[in-house]
Write a protein that binds this ligand. Structure first.
Ligand code: FES
Length: 352
């Protein structure tokens, strides 16, 4: 997270601003927002529920891109967006006030929330596997009585048992496995969820969840797709691959996956299996430090992206740490990909 040095809000006239939100399925929602009213609040008042979570500017799920008009977030406030992202037009709609009539692009279809409304539910740990030195795969069994479904790429919040702490993790399983959810969780040297998974978690234990959340989802129409994942950023990509393989015709898919070192690498077999049953999929795995695995290139996921990989009409999905996301957004921009065809979900580190 970074402090965004926004410019001073101009003194607003009293008239409401006309707001238009355009979704990936081409639908447009229009409503008025009062000058001091956040876009998210105004949309809700008008009966349009948008993807959001924290409503205080820290989670980044409510992001939209300003395509017309003028709209600002308050200066000097903690924000999930970097200065560059704000300069590129991105705005957190829970914090944004329109200075005049404005239009925004949203990166999810208008039907997402009606199709998969977030619910609070409980689920049992059915499996907990260490898949690398620093990565746990957590499998949860969701009771079939729960009305739960999700779109590939979305995430859930999970409460750390015995605490008031919640953590957000992308769902790694496919949409059809909504009663058997898997998550890939990076284990830190210390941290409440890491400590719980390392020392306290056991099969059969019940966890509290909320979800699905987030608007990092695939476009409805098939397009050449590049997926770029750093570490456990692979989770939403696995779910997206499960979805993409059902799309006919299956578009060309390139997955660029990077980990720090061999002991942190995971799911090589899982990816090889997907290559075998998705003929249009190519996977390039890379290690920052490849000592002992010189069959894999050393570098970052971005270092194994070649200019020829960006085909006409390509859409890119990025998930990983903020430096990877920022570098990839810049590179894809240089390669001619418009900003609205670069979708990103970044890890927001927790303080504990
Ligand atoms: S809802 Fe979390 S940043 Fe807006």
């Amino acid at each position: 997270m970074t402090i965004v040095e926004g410019t001073e809000m101009t003194v607003p006239p009293t008239e409401p601003r006309h707001i238009a939100l355009r979704f990936t399925d081409g639908q447009v929602r229009e409503f008025d927002a009062d000058p001091e009213e956040a876009i998210l609040t105004a949309a809700k008042r008008a009966g349009h529920t948008l993807v959001s979570q924290c409503t205080v500017g820290t989670c980044g799920t409510c992001v939209g891109t300003l395509i017309d008009g003028a709209a600002e977030m308050p200066a000097g406030q903690l924000s999930a967006l970097s200065k560059d992202e704000v300069s590129a037009g991105q705005r957190l709609l829970c914090q944004t006030r329109a200075l005049r009539d404005s239009s925004f692009d949203l990166e999810y279809p208008s039907t997402l929330l009606e199709a998969h409304p977030p619910v609070a539910f409980r689920a049992k740990i059915s499996r907990l596997s260490w898949v690398a030195d620093t990565v746990v795969e957590l499998e949860l069994k969701v009771p079939k009585t729960i009305k739960f479904g999700f779109a590939a790429g979305q995430y859930c919040r999970i409460q750390v048992p015995g605490t008031e702490e919640w953590r957000s993790y992308s769902i790694a399983s496919g949409e059809h496995e909504r009663f058997r959810l898997t998550f890939l969780i990076r284990i830190l040297p210390s941290g409440v969820m890491s400590d719980f998974l390392r020392d306290g978690a056991r099969t059969g234990q019940v966890l509290d969840l909320e979800g699905p959340l987030g608007g990092f989802v695939l476009e409805p129409a098939p397009r050449p797709t590049i997926l770029m994942a750093g570490g456990t950023g692979l989770a939403p990509m696995l779910s997206m691959l499960d979805r993409l393989r059902t799309v006919q015709p299956t578009p060309p898919i390139l997955l660029l996956f990077g980990c720090n070192r061999p002991a942190e690498l995971f799911h090589e077999d899982e990816l090889a299996a997907r290559v075998s049953f998705i003929p249009t999929l190519e996977v390039r795995t890379v290690l920052m430090d490849n000592e002992g695995r010189d069959d894999l290139p050393a570098g970052t996921p971005l270092s194994v992206l070649h200019p020829g990989d960006v085909l006409p009409d390509t859409v890119a999905y990025l998930c990983g740490p903020p430096p990877m996301i920022r570098a990839a957004e810049e590179r894809f921009g240089e390669l001619g990909l418009p900003a609205h065809d670069i979708r990103a979900e970044q890890f927001v580190p927790s303080e504990n």
